[in-house]
Ligand binder design. Structure first.
Ligand code: EAX
Length: 332
C-alpha cells in the first residue's frame, strides 16, 4: 500500500515537472520579402537558433512575403502584441522613431564595413535603445544593402535621367523627397504591392538592392538597372515589447544570442548574394549600367537640401553622432 502511494506521488511529481519544463512558447516572425531574400533566410536561421538554444521550448514560426502584412502593419502588430518578430527596413521604422531616418541619408556610407562599424557600435546601440518607448525591442541590425534604381524606360546615366520617372518608394518621407529632389514622381507603397504596380505599369521604377530585385522577380517587369547606390539600407530585427517582457531573463538571453548569430549569417548571405546576383540578373535579361562616381556626386549635390532637411528632422544631435561615427569607421 505504502509503495503504491509513493509511486503515485512520484508519477504526479514527474508529470508536473514535465509540464513546467515543456512550457512551450510560440512566436511568429513575419517578413515582407520572399523566401530567397536574406531577410527571410535570416529569419529562418534565427528561428532555428532560438529553437536550439531553448531546447525547442520557444518555437518561432516564419511567415514570409507579407503573409502577415506589410512592414508598417507588422510593426503595428508588434506594438499591439499580436505578432512577435519582424525585420523591416529601418527606413520604414523612421515613422515611429525619427532618429532611424539618418541611416537612409543619401550617399552616407561608402561600404558595408562602415555600416557594420556604425550600427554595431555605440551609435547603433543608442538607436535601438529608443525602441522600447514605442513598444518594440531592437535586437540587431541586419543588412538589406545598397539601393539601386531599376526602371522600364531608360538607363540612368546622368542624374537628370531620373527626372520624370514615376518611382515607387518606401513609405518614408526622406525617400519620397529624395526622388522628388531628383525630379521623379515618387509614389510610396509597401514592397508587398510593388510587383503588381510595376507589372501594370502603375509605376515605371523602383529602387532596391540586387537581392530584392532578384527575390521579387523584378527582372520580369523592369528592363534597366543602374547602380545609383544612393542609400544604404539596414533592416532592424525587432520584437514586440509585450512579448519580450514576458520572457524569463534566461530566455531573453537565448533570443539575444540567437539574434547575434543570425546577424552574422544574414549579413554574409546578403553580401554573397549581392556579389553574384548582378551577373544572374543580366542573364535574366536586365540591362545593367554603372553610374559614374561623378554622376553620383552630382546626385548628391542636387540632394543637399533634402540631406539638410532630414538631418535636422532626425535631430541634430543624432545626425552629428551618426556622421562622427562614420568618420571614425573611415579612419584607417
Ligand atoms: O523591408 O520596402 C522595401 O523596398 C524594402 O527594401 C524591403 O521591404 C525591406
Amino acid at each position: 500500500m505504502k509503495k503504491t502511494w509513493k509511486l503515485a506521488l512520484l508519477a504526479a511529481t514527474l508529470a508536473a515537472s514535465a509540464l513546467a519544463g515543456a512550457q512551450e512558447i510560440k512566436a511568429r516572425f513575419g517578413t515582407s520579402l520572399p523566401d530567397s531574400h536574406p531577410q527571410t533566410l535570416g529569419a529562418r536561421k534565427f528561428a532555428e537558433l532560438v529553437g536550439t538554444k531553448t531546447a525547442g521550448r520557444i518555437k518561432v514560426a516564419v511567415y514570409s512575403a507579407g503573409q502577415l502584412g506589410s512592414d508598417l502593419q507588422m510593426q503595428a502588430a508588434l506594438q499591439g502584441g499580436t505578432q512577435e518578430f519582424t525585420a523591416p527596413s529601418t527606413a520604414t521604422l523612421a515613422g515611429l522613431v525619427k532618429e532611424f531616418g539618418v541611416i537612409g541619408l543619401p550617399f552616407s556610407f561608402a561600404n558595408e564595413k562602415e555600416a557594420d562599424a556604425v550600427l554595431d557600435g555605440p551609435f547603433g546601440k543608442k538607436l535601438l535603445a529608443r525602441l522600447p518607448e514605442r513598444g518594440l525591442v531592437g535586437l540587431a541590425f541586419w543588412e538589406n544593402g545598397f539601393r539601386n534604381v531599376t526602371n522600364s524606360k531608360r538607363p540612368i546615366v546622368h542624374a537628370e535621367d531620373i527626372a520624370g520617372l514615376k518611382i515607387r518608394t518606401m513609405q518614408n518621407n526622406l525617400y519620397i523627397d529624395m526622388f522628388g529632389g531628383l525630379g521623379a514622381n515618387a509614389v510610396p507603397m509597401s514592397v508587398t504591392e510593388l510587383f503588381t504596380a510595376l507589372e501594370s505599369r502603375a509605376v515605371d521604377a523602383q529602387e532596391n538592392p540586387y537581392t530584392v530585385v532578384h527575390a521579387q522577380k523584378f527582372y520580369d517587369v523592369q528592363k534597366y538597372l543602374s547602380t545609383t547606390g544612393h542609400a544604404y539600407d539596414a533592416l532592424a530585427l525587432i520584437v514586440s515589447k509585450k512579448f519580450w517582457d514576458k520572457l524569463s531573463a534566461s530566455d531573453q538571453k537565448a533570443v539575444q544570442d540567437a539574434a547575434l548569430e543570425a546577424t552574422a549569417y544574414e549579413r554574409q548571405t546578403s553580401r554573397e548574394l549581392n556579389a553574384r546576383l548582378r551577373k544572374e540578373l543580366t542573364q535574366l535579361g536586365m540591362q545593367i549600367n554603372d553610374v559614374s562616381p561623378q554622376e553620383r556626386s552630382r546626385m548628391r549635390d542636387k540632394l543637399q537640401p533634402v540631406i539638410t532637411k532630414y538631418t535636422a528632422g532626425a535631430g541634430e544631435e543624432t545626425a552629428r553622432e551618426f556622421f562622427t561615427a562614420i568618420d571614425q569607421a573611415r579612419k584607417p
